[in-house]
Every structure is written in structure tokens, then in C-alpha cells.
Write a protein that binds this ligand. Structure first.
Ligand code: CP
Length: 332
């Protein structure tokens, strides 16, 4: 697939992920996803959470189905959690090793997809560095197949957005009373984009996006958000503090990007900086974390950190999404 052919209108993409009755068939973006559907997914995810130390929730809802993980970019959390989520719902899970796959011999993504489709794969979980790839695949697969976006360039990471919303909801009562501060390389962050879309849908009180000017987002991509290069302004009284890493792999020219020491001093979430936020603020990070750059180790491991809870919620959210598309398959 030529990535240039993969560009899609965002409204078109939001519509593409639903069937004619408004059911979720693909998960491509949180932008435009209906509020009730979003809340239903969070509620379903909650039902998959069990006490630490107890056995994880399981069902056979996807027994006989096959889920393929196609990660054309590195991943630890998303890939492992989709793998576990599929298995805990009874599916066969195929983790394609992209480094030893025939893509290395020049096979296109679409030919890889058609190959897996011919093997009766039902759900394809796709991460790719090019914008528009998940939606483009969704347009090309047969009607019974679901495509789940597991991270699309700097555009979208919808299951990460869902797990972030679930984690916030577990600690805070009402989104409309909340000030959420996301600090880091917002410009290149699909995590920030999906969080912004989900938070807007849930009517968050205030979203602040904090970064050095060269890593700030296009304001049109996050309508309503406060964009600032001042960490003090961003953190002041915030209820939720989310740190993001600098995505050097997406920055063509690194001239002007702060050094590690500059960044940590001015934007790192350390104990001193955290005092600017609300006393009961929670600290989040999607991972992978760079301790001593965007977050101090003692903060990442501290009382206010919910970072491991985000990881736990990641499995539950992915089970909820797989359940939803699986139920739709069962109806056909
Ligand atoms: N948060 C996230 O997407 O992590 P991975 O890159 O490890 O999947």
C-alpha cells in the first residue's frame, strides 16, 4: 500500500468504524466516537478487572476466532495486552514477527493482509508508522473482518485513549470538573491526540497541552485545548498529570530539540514540579518511560502514580473492544 493513498477524511474514518446500526465494527479513532459507545466500552472494560493476585477474567466469547497482531512498529504494552486479551477471550492469537515476515522481501502491507484474510483471520490489530493505514486496510478487507488501530503514526492510538480515560475515571468523579495536563512532545504524540479526543467527548473541564514551542501541536488538531510552553501554567492545580516522552523517531531534524538535561529541568515531572498540581493529582505515563528525562523515577514509582494501573487497564480495555467486535461477528 502506498501511504499516500491511505489518507482519509477523519469524519469518513469515524463513520467507517461503525456498521449501519451504529455498532463498532473497526476501532480506528476516538475522534467522533459516540459518547455512549465510549462509556459502554469503559464499563465493559471495568467488568474484566479482577483483584491483584486473583486469576484474570476469562471467557470463551472469541473461541474459534483468530486475532492477528500486526505491529509494523515496536511495542511492548499494546502488543502484549492485545495478545493476552485475545487469549483470555478464547481466541487463537497470531503474533506476526514483522522482522522475519515476507514484508522484508518487499511484500506490501495489503498483500500481507490478504494473505492473513485467506487464513480466516477475523481481527487484525495494526500498528504502523504511516497515517491512514488502519483505515485503508479497513476499506480493503472482507465484510466480516475487524481492524483495530494499535497506534497510527502521530495520528491516533484509540485503545490507549480508552485505557487512559478508564484510569482517570477510576480516580476522579466527574470529567467536567477536571483539569488535565499533558506534558511532553505533543506534536508527535498519537497518545495525546486520542486522549484529547476522548476527553473532549467526555466534556473535560480543561485540557492543557504543555511542551517546548517546537513540540507544540497544531491548534486546529486540538480545538478547545490550552496550549502553553509554561510548565508552571500547565501544572497549576491540575488534577491529572500525564507525562509523554520525546518521540525522536518521528522528528526528522533534531536541531533545536532540548537536550536531556534541559528537558528534564524545564519539563520533567519531578517532585518539585508536581507540587504545582492539585494535592490529589494522579500521575500518568503511557510508556515506554524515560526516567530522568520526562519523569523522575521517584514520581513514576510514587504514591500519586497510576502508571501500572494504566497497564492493567490496557488488557481490560482491549478485551472490551475485542468482545464488542466479536459479538458483532457472532450476529452475522
Ligand atoms: N503505550 C504504548 O503504546 O506502549 P507500547 O509502544 O509499548 O505499545
Amino acid at each position: 500500500m502506498n501511504p499516500a493513498d491511505a489518507t482519509v477524511d477523519i469524519q469518513d474514518e469515524a463513520a467507517l468504524q461503525l456498521d449501519g446500526d451504529g455498532n463498532l465494527r473497526h476501532l480506528l479513532t476516538l475522534n467522533g466516537l459516540d459518547r455512549n459507545l465510549l462509556i459502554d466500552i469503559l464499563d465493559d472494560a471495568e467488568s474484566y478487572l479482577t483483584e491483584p493476585g486473583s486469576l484474570p477474567a476469562r471467557s470463551d466469547l472469541l473461541a474459534g476466532r483468530t486475532v492477528a497482531n500486526l505491529f509494523f512498529e515496536p511495542s511492548t504494552r499494546t502488543r502484549a495486552s492485545f495478545d493476552l486479551a485475545g487469549k483470555r477471550l478464547g481466541a487463537d492469537v497470531l503474533n506476526l514477527d514483522v522482522n522475519t515476515s515476507s514484508r522484508k522481501k518487499g511484500e506490501s502491507i495489503l498483500d500481507t493482509i490478504y494473505t492473513l484474510q485467506a487464513m480466516h483471520v477475523d481481527v487484525m490489530v495494526v500498528r504502523d508508522a504511516s497515517a491512514g493505514v488502519p483505515a485503508s486496510i479497513a476499506r480493503h478487507v472482507q465484510d466480516h473482518i475487524s481492524i483495530l488501530n494499535a497506534g497510527e503514526a502521530e495520528v491516533s492510538h484509540p485503545t490507549q485513549g480508552l485505557l487512559d480515560l478508564l484510569t482517570i475515571r477510576q480516580h476522579k468523579q466527574n470529567f467536567s470538573d477536571l483539569t488535565v495536563a499533558i506534558i511532553g512532545d505533543i506534536r508527535h504524540s498519537r497518545v495525546a491526540m486520542s486522549a484529547a479526543h476522548g476527553l473532549a467527548t467526555l466534556d473535560v473541564g480543561e485540557l492543557r497541552l504543555v511542551s517546548p514551542a517546537m513540540l507544540a501541536p497544531d491548534p486546529d488538531s486540538v480545538p478547545g485545548a490550552v496550549i502553553t510552553d509554561s510548565l508552571q501554567e500547565g501544572l497549576d492545580g491540575a488534577d491529572v498529570v500525564m507525562a509523554l516522552r520525546i518521540q525522536r523517531e518521528r522528528i526528522g531534524n533534531l536541531d533545536g530539540v532540548p537536550t536531556i538535561d534541559e528537558y528534564f529541568a524545564n519539563y520533567g515531572i519531578n517532585q518539585e514540579h508536581l507540587k504545582l498540581a492539585a494535592l490529589d493529582a494522579i500521575v500518568m505515563h503511557p510508556g515506554p518511560m524515560n526516567r530522568g528525562i520526562e519523569i523522575e523515577g521517584v514520581v513514576a514509582d510514587g504514591q500519586q502514580s497510576v502508571i501500572t494501573q494504566q497497564v492493567t487497564n490496557g488488557v481490560a480495555v482491549r478485551m472490551a473492544v475485542l468482545e464488542r467486535v466479536g459479538r458483532l461477528m457472532a450476529k452475522r
